[in-house]
Structures are given as C-alpha cells and as structure tokens.
Write a protein that binds this ligand. Structure first.
Ligand SMILES: [Zn+2]
Ligand SMILES: [Zn+2]
Length: 330
C-alpha cells in the first residue's frame, strides 16, 4: 500500500499529505469555468461521491425508515421511539463500519494515517479509561438522542402544519436545488456553532470533551458534551424558516449525525483495492484537533480564510498560526 505517492512520513512516522489544503474554485475570483466544472462534476467532486451518497441516504431514510406525517402525528410517542432506534442502528453501522475497517481489522495499517500512533486505550482522560468506549458512550447516550430530538421536533412541526412544506410536484427545481444546498448549510452552520464553542466559557464546560481526542478515530466524531450536541444539531432549526420537504431536513440531520465518522477517521484515504483509494480527506479538521485554534470549518467555504484562522498544512501557515498565538499572549 503506497502512501508515498500522495505525501510523506515525518520523523515520527506521521503521514503528511503533500498537497496543501485548498478551497474549491467556487469562491475564487475571477471565475474559472474549467476548474469549477471539474470541482463540481469530477470524482471526487462536489457531487460525487459524498454529497450524492448523503442525498440518496436521505431518500432511503424518508421512504423506508420514517413514518408518514399522518402516522407520525397520530402516534408521536411511539414513532419517536422507532426513530431513535433507527438512528442508533445507523450510527452503529456507520461509525462502527469505519472503526472496524481502520482500527479493528487495520485493513491498511498506518498507511495514510495522520498520527502514526493508535489511540490510547489506557488514558485516565477518558471515561472507563478507554478512548473508544468513552467516544461510543457520548455518541449513543447523548449524540443520537439529541439528533433524534431535533429530527422528531421538525417532523412534528411538518405533520401539524406549523412550518411550510415544499413538494416536488409543485416546485421540482427548488426541491432538487435544496438537496445540494444542504452541504453548504451544513458547513456554514458547523463553522458558527464550532466557533462559538471555542469561546472560553463554552469551551471549558462543553467543547473540551470533544478535544480530548487529539488522536481521533471515527467514534470521536460525535463524542461531544450534551451542550455541544444541542448547539451542533441546532442548524436543522433553519428549516423552521426555510420552506422545504422533510427529506431535506432528514438530509441535514442524518449528515450531522453520521458524517463526523468520516471526518475523524484519522486517515487521509481508505485504500479499497490494488491502487484504488477513496478520498475521505479531512486533514483540515485533523489539524484542528492537533492545534485547536485553526480550521474551524471543514474546508468548502473559505470561512477560516476570511476570518484569519486558516492552516493549509504548510510551514508558512504554521508560522502564521504561531505568531497569531504569540501576539495574543503578549
Ligand atoms: Zn472534531
Ligand atoms: Zn474545536
């Protein structure tokens, strides 16, 4: 398994990608038509594979794993229980799947692994002295129930006519467009939620818990304090004001619930065959876990660039980060 084509290992054996973290051409000026086309339709690109995959997942969840709005309003309590169970199963499959691949079966050893060490399983910083057990606990005991609470609150509001419902038959173009706006809503919502969590008082009581994972694995993704879960999932409340279909809300909610798994694998890509690798790169967020004060967003909208907290992985970015910190402590 050759990870040296895409980066190199440093003295400690940590794999560092050679490409700098960059934003897609979506926000560059003047517009670059070819680059934009490739960024949108290439593989990996804006649509494929992940955004299309999450959209398909939302369709499957809505069609087969969610009650109709009439059923939901007739027996809300029962259906909340069913949706909670469904979300627990989804979390086990997705977080568990990534974890099995990389950390139990160790399918690719430390190839493409940002931190050469395996997460510690004997650290008193974590519940049960075990990072993974701690991460699973916060995900299933707090994360999934709060995700379910938001999702079912919104379903209740749709079912009882408290919010506008957009149908495919009436507005097909808006319906499809909204699907592909969800990733943007997700990213911008995440940036502001995350930025507020780094406000010292909130950091101390809530976000610190997530940041104990300096060497994250998939289960670290949703391992957060309940206060952080409440803030993190709150971007679904946007659907109280944006006319949409429950399928769009489910797209955002399930993405918030499941995407942190791939965002925290600790690997740059999953090697799936001889020379075939699947891009799961979240180096920006890995650097956030390593240095705390950089890359609050995931890297599609250049929010960190605009607000001066961008670290693209280069020595220059690193020096800039250090001088920002020194400046603040002066
Ligand atoms: Zn994180
Ligand atoms: Zn953070």
């Amino acid at each position: 398994m050759d990870d040296s084509k895409f980066g190199k290992k440093d003295a400690r054996g940590n794999w560092v990608p050679s490409a700098r973290i960059s934003y897609g051409p979506f926000f560059s000026w003047p517009p670059q038509a070819t680059a934009l086309r490739e960024w949108l339709f290439g593989f990996p690109g804006y649509f494929l594979p992940w955004n299309v995959l999450y959209a398909v997942l939302a369709i499957v969840i809505w069609q087969f794993l969610t009650p109709s709005l009439t059923d939901f309003s007739a027996d809300t309590g029962y259906w909340v229980g069913v949706i909670l169970a469904r979300n627990v199963v989804l979390a086990l499959l997705v977080y568990g799947g990534w974890h099995l691949w990389f950390y139990v079966w160790r399918k690719q050893g430390t190839a493409f692994k940002y931190n050469s060490k395996w997460p510690r399983q004997d650290s008193s910083a974590f519940l049960f002295n075990n990072q993974n057990a701690d991460n699973i606990f916060w995900t299933l005991v707090s994360g999934v129930p709060i995700w379910t609470a938001y999702e079912t609150l919104l379903l209740w509001a749709y079912a009882n006519g408290h919010i506008a419902l957009l149908s495919f038959a009436d507005q097909p173009v808006a319906f499809i467009l909204l699907f592909f706006l969800v990733p943007l809503i997700h990213e911008v919502g995440f940036y502001f939620a995350h930025r507020s969590l780094h406000w010292p008082p909130l950091y101390k009581i809530a976000h610190k818990l997530h940041h104990r994972n300096t060497n994250p694995g998939p289960w670290s993704g949703l391992s957060m304090h309940p206060i952080e879960h409440v803030i993190y999932f709150s971007s679904v409340l946007l659907f109280l004001v944006i006319p949409a279909h429950p399928i769009h809300m489910i797209n955002l909610a399930s993405r918030l619930g499941l995407a942190p798994a791939q965002g925290h694998t600790g690997f740059d890509r999953a090697v799936t065959g001889e020379d075939k690798s699947m891009d799961i790169s979240y180096y920006a967020h890995y650097l956030h876990h390593k240095y705390f004060e950089v890359n609050y967003a995931d890297g599609m909208v250049p929010l960190d660039k605009w607000f001066g907290s961008f670290h693209d992985g280069s020595p220059e970015s690193h020096a800039a980060m250090k001088s920002r910190i020194a400046e603040r402590h002066r």
